[in-house]
Design a protein around this ligand. Sequence first.
Ligand SMILES: Nc1nc2c(c(=O)[nH]1)N[C@H]1C(S)=C(S)[C@@H](COP(=O)(O)O)O[C@H]1N2
Ligand SMILES: [Mo]
Length: 524
Amino acid sequence: MHSGRAVARVRAAAVGIAAALAVLGVAELVAVLVAPGSSPLFGVGALAIDLAPSWVKDAMIALFGTADKIALFVILGVVVLGLAVLAGIAEVVRRFAGMAVLAAVALVALVAILTRTEATPLWALPTIAGTLAGLWVLGVGRRRALAWSAAEGSGAEGAGGAGAVGAAGVARRSFLVFVGSTSAAAILVGVGARVKNAGSAAYTAVRAAIRLPQPAKAAAPVPVGAQLDVPGISPLITPNADFYRIDIALQVPRIDPSTWTLEITGLVDRPLTLTYEELLALPLEEHITTIACVSNTVGGDLIGNATWLGYPVRELLAKAGVARGADMVLSSGPDGFTAGTPLDALTDPRRNALLAVGMNGEPLPEQHGFPARLIVPGLYGYVSATKWVTRLEVTRFADAEGYWTPRGWSARGPNKTASRIDTPRSGAEVAGSTIAIAGVAWAQHTGVAGVEVQVDDGEWQQATLAPAISDDTWVQWSLEWAATPGPHTARVRATDASGYTQTPDEAPPAPDGATGWHTVEFTA
Ligand SMILES: Nc1nc2c(c(=O)[nH]1)N[C@H]1C(S)=C(S)[C@@H](COP(=O)(O)O)O[C@H]1N2
Ligand SMILES: [Mo]
């Protein structure tokens, strides 16, 4: 009664279904790490939508209305189920036959995914990982299915004495446990991961749909010649994709702008709460500001310059009415980060401290604080640039401290004047009779007055300074150097508008920023 071809087929089909669930579950899990769109189910679904002739689409919409996407997934599900049963039976009948079916389907899915316009080569990973898991389930499942059939065939079931478990019983249990547990685990993992992927896809769409308003006050135009035409120099405005990222957030916080609010509390006369919609309706200003991390080492790249769109913090504080005795604003983000910013840097009408919503013409990228963050010219990020900011508490340095202060960093973090050689790079071999030594220098909110370069042990030479966008931004500089063949050392130092020249004394970043002259060694 337990034997027979039909029963063997059902078992084989179960192996195929378990393998398909493993493919989808593992793929969905890996897609959480890669990108929601890289999931094979969605890649194939999207391809099906693209390829379907319009009459099919029309018919689908006519038949299912707004449930047409659900209908598509039901159809896809039925197709997957059919292929799974086919692969399972094929594999049990003939080793590798089912694996071949799976590999062929995976190949179609890979083509579907990698031809998506947003796809990167990494998008192949979920399907590949899922397929490997599916192949494994097919292989192990086949062996256990055959073992069970063999045990039955030898009449082993019931051959044991009372209390003993027959060989067929063992084989049956081992088959059922394997197929059952892999299927259950795959469903659990897959559904969990899909919920997460659906959430991130929706979130990305929300940000993409936002149209930032035109600034009431646009950034002053970048002066002609501010961007030097020297190969290898850092771009004057750092593209968002290249902008350094520093934060303590293990996962980029995902904040729905429709529920985001900024709360202004503490030593204020009128505590207030601002929504994203209210913020966008305010007269926004654009300012180009260079921000840097206190952890930047001499010559390091934890610095970037961007056009920020936002609302002046001083106006918000004025609306709330700062009470007497306050000297600090403690801002916080959802990752547990706080920054203690000197109140006067935020209220000074000559310092453009912004509650920023835009970065280089788009809504803040998720990593850089979407939907809103602080940008304060002249202060290191750890005391000023709170991303995903939700709260400003007006307080006193005597009563509160920012996240990094008890961890060995100074309570106040004004930017230090510094400079960097971008080209030649250390270790480079350069050709030509004159060589451009060039880079950037910064003294945010003070301004760079001059940059000097020393080659080997020669005289310090004045570099040519490109016009600055403002005192709040870095400036480019360059020096045409008459090359002599052989190895050379070049160092740079900047002097700021206060008359301070960078010290050669080398200090590490902690507690308040690195010092020393950036030096490169190259061969001409
Ligand atoms: N919420 C939050 N904001 C934060 C941080 C953080 O860890 N969490 N790090 C700060 C530090 S130390 C710096 S240097 C800047 C970096 O901003 P960026 O990642 O946009 O370049 O963000 C600041 N804002
Ligand atoms: Mo930082």
